[in-house]
Design a protein around this ligand. Sequence first.
Ligand SMILES: C[S@@+](CC[C@H](N)C(=O)[O-])C[C@H]1O[C@@H](n2cnc3c(N)ncnc32)[C@H](O)[C@@H]1O
Length: 294
Amino acid sequence: MFTFNFNFPKDSLSLDELSNYSPWLEKILSSTSSKPIHRKSADSLLREYGIDKWGTLLKQLKMTQVPEVSIADSLCLGPDRVSAFFLNNKYYTAQLYDIHAAYSAFVMQVMAHYSKPNDHIVDLGAGYGSLSLKMSRIPTFSQNTFSLLEFTQPGVDCINLLSSRSQTITNIGLCDLNNLDISAYDLPAGSLFFTSWVLACLPSYLSSTIQKIIDLKPKYVIHFEPCFEFYNLAYPLSSFLWRKYTFLNDYNRTILGALTTFEAESKITFDCRVPNIFGCNPLCPISLLVWKPL
Ligand SMILES: C[S@@+](CC[C@H](N)C(=O)[O-])C[C@H]1O[C@@H](n2cnc3c(N)ncnc32)[C@H](O)[C@@H]1O
């Protein structure tokens, strides 16, 4: 249904070769720990994103004459950083910037499929706005409006700098998916909500959060998220590595389960579930989950 437009190298990597691109394979195989190495908490995430990632980016963007999202992407992802990625059940290498460009193009393809002109698009956990800002600038989405909501103030500040007062971006502000209150943003019923690599950072996808999203009457809710529950299909060796990587990094392991509980109660229905589509991080590929309220 959805395809990845990626001019990837014809030679894939073996798992042994993959270990040249990630210190994690050795860590995973040697770890006997029954506890995560990197515990996630609100404080650790505020440190990781608010200070280290988006905080550093904000300082760099403030020194840039014309802050642009492509410049922000280059500052975060390049230049000349070769990295491994996962696609079609194989591992490859490419420039990190190009891997993320292919991922952005995939996100846009899915969002274009589910949206109509004039639909409002809500990006929850938008980071520095990379995906939505790019989306808002291409003709396919020229008639859509956007809300970019993010957990960290430096992320919000980056979005404000990069959005250059675009007319189609109607809300930029804070949100916390662990304690969701976005009523102040006045989001229209029938909006499309999406998350990309955000639920993964949370301890769980809370029932109260899912219910609050349902109460906002979305047209569709689209998740581009790693789903631990899908790390058990074919390819048992890769699945083992992905499960252990997810555990050691304390990423969410119950995203799909949280939603299937709502499905079992006939509160939502899935439109699409595609496991393990792509891994910008080869040890944690994302799946596509699309649902809507019943
Ligand atoms: C890996 S980044 C992804 C950013 C963006 N969605 C993307 O794909 O480019 C994870 C983002 O989730 C945000 N985040 C972490 N905890 C959150 C929470 N409780 N509520 C909303 N966003 C959160 C972080 O601040 C960070 O911007």
